[in-house]
Design a protein around this ligand. Structure first.
Ligand code: NAD
Length: 502
């Protein structure tokens, strides 16, 4: 396989049909460090055809492979991911800018996801007997794979997002074409290599590297694609989904978020409580430079503790060690691209113009050995005095920007936290368990953390209310996205029904 042979179709690694290539940049210095195939519509068509043949109307080798063997393959993949842990962490760090440690955490999480879906599909493989109200009827609901899945993923967690789709898709017996983000395709290419090494039959796992348009758009509209699963931004996701809907495909969308982190004063009643809430607010907002769909980008803090809380938060944010993700001691990497940097700068400018008060950051850092001047670095930024009419509060910035709003009572806290068109995730911090649970119950978000931020479990569904998406990944629902239910009704004592007198 040569450097630009990153398209895998029907068991063969190859270049784009057009011969086009794209250089992948290291966001820490904006220098190209790898070349990948720049696929087009013809490559998407070839990949779908291969997946379609391998599925073969449900008669292909993989959809008919016994569940225990499919689960065994997923477990082999989990083992290979751990074997290549350091290599994958390095790929992810150079491609996305995240730190090596974040890359390792991603590999471990992904390993768990493959293991989880191996176990789940084993336990959930049996059908469900339905009581038809007669001893002469045997009625059962069974699961079958959906067919050819088109899987589209974003640049912020490339390995993780691809795995949350690929593991359940394979567990359920589907074939697929994955299209990673053109900005960060490398770890998904490596993952497909591991699937091949683990023994998947040719045509089951296909990858086309290339841009959203035309590759992703072609997959969305392709008549031989049965399921379209997209993780990415609201605008491109809904655009792609429209053509998928026109073809009556099954659709799953994991879109953006604008996530509230609600802190009550009683969470800060002790010094330990205060320290923990500040520390976690910092982590919620700034890990991976805020390029996280569930980032706690809206700090909503009770008025009585707001000033002390924000002063300490800004003080600690200023100390975050920013630099190349692969360097020792770095806590936060660069943004992923010039486009993302421009977007973040524009959001900060608009916030200041709308009256926000800059508490720290608000600019690019001084270049240093750890931070080349050409890299896409931006300082962690805290904006106080924000309100819900501001663009920076309403829209997903996907950068290291934390906005601060305050509230006077529980009712106002809930109203603020729910005042978003999104509904992906959010947190509530309180020393009063009853209050924390009350508020959590009222938050219209797909994941709510109480006195924590960011953990997720493979066995718990992930996804959003409102414009954060349609459907769920992970958990049983994450497997069901990739399964059809089929009702088989067997009459053990057939007899005429005499509906027609005849
Ligand atoms: P994006 O929407 O620009 O791109 C996502 C993917 O869609 C890429 O592979 C891209 O090439 C492809 N694409 C773009 N236009 C397309 C089209 N017309 N048809 C088909 N495919 C198309 O998003 P991004 O900038 O890569 O990622 C950031 C976004 O992803 C943020 O909004 C973030 O919140 C979201 N995200 C959500 C989750 C979640 O779990 N809900 C997780 C990670 C990221």
């Amino acid at each position: 396989m040569s450097a630009a042979e990153t398209i895998h179709v029907d068991g063969v690694w190859r270049a784009a049909a057009s011969g086009a290539v794209r250089e992948v940049l290291d966001p820490a210095d904006a220098r190209p460090f790898r070349t990948v195939a720049e696929g087009g519509a013809a490559d998407a068509d070839a990949a779908v055809l291969a997946a379609h043949r391998a599925f073969d109307g449900g008669q292909g080798t993989w959809p008919r492979t016994p569940v225990a063997e499919r689960a065994a393959l997923l477990r082999r993949v989990a083992g290979l991911l751990q074997r290549d842990r350091e290599e994958l962490a390095l790929i992810e760090s150079r491609d996305t800018g995240k730190t090596l440690e974040e890359g390792r955490v991603d590999v471990d999480d992904v390993t768990n996801a493959f293991g989880y879906f191996a176990d789940l599909v084993t336990n959930e493989s049996g059908g469900r007997v339905v009581d038809a109200g007669s001893p002469d009827v045997h009625s059962v609901v069974v699961h079958e794979p959906v067919g050819v899945c088109a899987l589209i993923t974003p640049w912020n967690y490339p390995l993780l997002q691809a795995s949350w789709k690929i593991a359940p898709a394979l567990a359920a017996g589907n074939t697929f074409v994955v299209k990673p983000s053109e900005v960060t395709p490398l770890s998904t290419v490596h993952l497909v290599k591991l699937l091949v090494e683990a023994g998947l039959p040719a045509g089951v796992a296909n990858i086309v590297t290339g841009p959203g348009v035309p590759v992703g758009a072609r997959l969305a509209e392709h008549p031989q694609v049965d399921l379209f699963s997209f993780t990415g931004g609201l605008a491109s996701g809904t655009r792609a989904a429209q053509s998928a809907v026109a073809g009556a495909k099954r659709i799953a969308l994991e879109l953006g978020g604008k996530n509230p982190n609600v802190v009550f004063a009683d969470a800060c009643a002790t010094e330990d409580g205060f320290d923990t809430a500040v520390d976690q607010a910092l982590n919620a907002a700034f890990i991976h430079s805020g390029q996280v769909c569930s980032a706690g980008a809206r700090l909503i803090v009770e008025e009585s503790v707001k000033d002390r809380f924000v002063t300490e938060l800004a003080h600690r944010a200023e100390k975050i060690r920013l630099g190349r993700g692969t360097a020792d001691g770095v806590e936060c990497g660069p943004l992923v691209s010039q486009q993302q940097l421009d977007k973040v700068e524009a959001y900060v400018a608009s916030a200041l113009a709308e009256g926000a008060k800059l508490r720290c950051g608000g600019q690019r850092p001084e270049p240093s050995e750890l931070r080349p001047a050409t890299g896409y670095f931006y300082l962690p930024t805290v904006l106080d005095g924000c309100h819900r009419e501001m663009k920076v509060v309403r829209e997903e910035t996907f950068g290291p920007i934390l906005t601060v709003e305050s509230f006077r009572d529980e009712e106002e806290a809930v109203a603020l936290a729910n005042d978003t068109e999104y509904g992906l995730a959010g947190a509530v911090w309180s020393g009063d368990t009853a209050r924390a649970r009350r508020v959590a119950a009222r938050l219209r978000h797909g994941t709510v953390w109480i006195n924590d931020y960011h953990p997720y479990l493979p066995q718990a569904e992930w996804g959003g209310f409102g414009k954060s998406g349609i459907g769920r990944e992970l958990g049983l629902s994450g497997l069901d996205e990739y399964r059809e239910s089929k009702h088989i009704y067997e009459n053990l004592r057939p007899a005429p029904v005499r509906w027609f007198a005849g």
